[in-house]
Ligand binder design. Structure first.
Ligand code: SF4
Length: 335
């Protein structure tokens, strides 16, 4: 029997999932979950969500919605483990144990922390300790189930590097315990937002949501920023300066791509026609996901809670064993 590799990935429980989440990560999760050489753990990081003050009802609503969306895109809750971070209290315990092996300087230099801290200071908001120690909790998430592979986006690389350092550090101090997790970046894609300013993201309000209706998709793409240097249809455009062309590259056929590229650069195709092709392809992608999601409505949020309950039990079983081992080795067992 082949020894399966543990694949772990998490997502914060905030807002509805969008095309950037799907094309940038979730599509890849489905592929990983269908590979029988992998044992996949997908968790919703509802504890990390608390670094931002969010209404508890919203966290719960978003958590359930993410579970149902994961299932709608094709992740099978029987073969993969879908769970909430809060279902495994031992992860928080591991967070403390690993925090005692982490220097404040390491955390202060994390780009994510520096960016958030600067923004909070501009807004005169409190920088909470959770923001600083966020990467240690993420290391606990990764090391708890003894993950071998971690598929994450580029912005999370420094955090996974910390988890890798902590695995090596712990192994050197206390003996071989953690596999050093491999960063899977092969298919992590940066999906541009509709405002032409950067990545598609909930906080940037520049998304196509996975549950958007065809009319909403049409409206959003209609307003999306294109190559800003192309003012009139008669101006030749540069698709490489247009976020919508990147979306075409992710969604359209080779024939359509050639047609768009040639039409844009020769001013034979206007942005309206180019957008029509894109809208059609987005709607084609979303339709089966939405059908499955509406089917799940019949089972209701009770089903999402059942999945979380079962997933939580399975994840906890694995993580408890790691944390017990770690505590033994560090000299602080349960008496
Ligand atoms: S034709 Fe398409 S690729 Fe070219 S600028 Fe317009 S939307 Fe972008």
């Amino acid at each position: 029997m082949i020894e399966k590799k543990v694949v772990l990935s998490g997502i914060r429980a905030t807002g509805s999932l969008h095309l950037g989440n799907y094309l940038g990560a979730m599509k890849y999760f489905v592929k990983l979950s269908k590979d029988e050489k992998n044992s996949c753990y997908f968790f919703i990081a509802n504890l990390h969500t608390l670094t931002t003050r969010i209404n508890p009802d919203d966290i719960l609503r978003d958590l359930k919605e993410i579970v149902l969306t994961y299932i709608s895109i094709g992740i099978d809750p029987e073969s993969s483990v879908i769970f909430a971070q809060s279902s495994v209290p031992e992860t928080s315990e591991l967070n403390w144990l690993l925090a005692c092996l982490t220097s404040v300087a390491e955390l202060e230099k994390m780009p994510h922390f520096k960016e958030k801290k600067d923004m909070k200071e501009i807004l005169h908001e409190t920088v909470n300790v959770g923001l600083l120690t966020y990467p240690v909790l993420m290391a606990a998430d990764i090391l708890g189930p003894l993950a071998n592979k971690v598929p994450v986006g580029e912005d999370q690389h420094p955090h996974v590097e910390l988890a890798r350092d902590l695995a090596r550090r712990f192994n050197a101090l206390y003996g071989e315990t953690f596999p050093v997790p491999e960063l899977l970046e092969g298919e992590a894609i940066r999906v541009p937002g509709l405002d032409g300013k950067g990545k598609m993201g909930k906080s940037n309000q520049n998304t196509i949501d996975l549950m958007d209706s065809p009319e909403e998709v049409l409206k959003k793409i209609g307003k999306a920023v294109t190559d800003t240097a192309r003012v009139r249809k008669s101006d030749a455009g540069n698709p490489l300066n247009c976020g919508l062309y990147t979306l075409h590259q992710l969604l359209s056929s080779d024939g359509e791509l050639m047609e768009v590229y040639a039409g844009c650069t020769s001013a034979q195709m206007g942005c309206v026609d180019c957008k029509k092709i894109l809208v059609e392809n987005i709607n084609q992608l979303l339709a089966p996901i939405q059908v499955k999601r509406f089917e799940l409505n019949e089972k209701g949020s009770k089903y999402a809670l059942e999945v979380l309950h079962e997933g939580g039990k399975r994840a906890r079983k694995k993580i408890v064993a790691t944390v017990e081992n770690v505590k033994e080795k560090m000299g602080v067992p349960l008496y």
